[in-house]
Design a protein around this ligand. Structure first.
Ligand code: MN
Ligand code: MN
Length: 325
């Protein structure tokens, strides 16, 4: 029993089983049921019930699993080898109901509560951005976390279609209202595009969120943006949420709400690698929409961002484990 819980899982050896063969899982890792057997749980959330316009991210976990077969074992720049540092596996998909928002939100939250209770750190692939709210309810049940939020949109609108409070345009307003994230430790990166009204961005700013629009990013540059992000979130527990529409539609067209003039793939790589050493407690990649992604390029973005986050989390988790010893 102890042996099985201490085992480090390995991706399928591509020198034996080629990348196009075998089961499709995140990073070609085994699928397991017991979250006690991992330090980091890779989880799909195949649900897009919060989408207000063009749906599709419910199909992303499968497509990102497929494209993640292209990802190798070691990080090319940082040389991090996550599977040496931590026990990591594919924990499958959170239970969802495609036509019942409340049951889906509850099912997702319960699934992540089980992971957190087992002492594992979750890394999720959504799903639309509303998926982050039940995940945060599980992770931040005891104390609010900081947030590094990549997105074209602030996702802090109050309501849609009258009085609807739960859509993929509202999760971080709810998370702040519920005390799940500390607005003074939130950085939003890549915000841009047209708004519903000129004051749409006033509410997040009034809460103390540090919003770095794509225009300010252009002026600051990558290194100063990283320094500012690290200053704001500090040493406290921090969650990273990556909406693929933070990127320019040239690089990630397969998403429901594309916005003109976003990050390049290279900028995203540098920004993510600039988060090394932060006290990261979880992350997600959301809004990849396979129906708008016929060549799979946006799912490939999702798989690569997932690996960048996995390497960051593996370092953070192993640092915390060493400190406990
Ligand atoms: Mn979003
Ligand atoms: Mn967005």
């Amino acid at each position: 029993m102890v042996d099985s819980l201490n085992r480090h899982y390995e991706p399928v050896d591509s020198g034996v089983t080629p990348r196009f063969a075998g089961h499709s899982t995140f990073m070609r890792l085994p699928v397991i049921d017991d979250p006690r057997a991992v330090d980091i749980a890779l989880v799909g959330v195949p649900w897009d019930g919060g989408t207000t316009n063009r749906p599709g991210p419910r199909h992303a976990p499968r497509q990102v699993r497929e494209m993640s077969s292209l990802i190798r074992r070691a990080h090319g720049v940082t040389k991090v080898q996550p599977y040496e540092l931590c026990r990591i596996a594919d924990l499958g998909d959170a239970p969802v109901n495609p036509i019942d928002l409340n049951r889906s939100m509850q099912g997702i939250q319960s699934f992540f509560e089980t992971i957190v209770a087992a002492g594992a750190t979750p890394l999720a692939v959504g799903g639309d951005h509303l998926c982050s709210l039940p995940i945060l309810r599980a992770i931040a049940a005891r104390a609010p976390v900081g947030l590094v939020h990549f997105d074209a949109h602030s996702d802090t609108v109050d309501t849609y279609f009258g009085d609807l409070k739960y859509t993929h345009g509202t999760p971080f307003r709810r998370a702040i209202e519920e005390g799940l994230v500390d607005p003074k430790r939130v950085v939003q990166l890549g915000i841009r595009g047209s708004t519903y009204s000129p004051d749409e961005r006033d509410w997040p700013l009034a809460q103390g969120i540090r919003m770095i629009t794509i225009e300010e990013f252009e002026d600051l540059g990558v290194d100063a943006t990283i320094a500012e992000t690290r200053r704001v979130v500090g040493d406290g527990p921090t969650y990273v949420t990556f909406d693929v529409d933070s990127m320019d539609p040239a690089f990630a067209p397969g998403t429901g709400t594309p916005e003109f003039a976003g990050f390049t793939s290279r900028e995203v790589n540098r920004l993510l690698r600039g988060l090394r050493g932060l006290n990261l407690v979880g992350g997600d990649v959301v809004e990849v929409s396979p129906p708008f992604d016929p060549a799979g390029g946006t799912a490939l973005v999702g798989a690569n961002v997932m690996f960048e986050l996995l390497c960051l989390l593996a370092e953070a988790v192993s640092t915390r484990k060493r400190a406990r010893r």
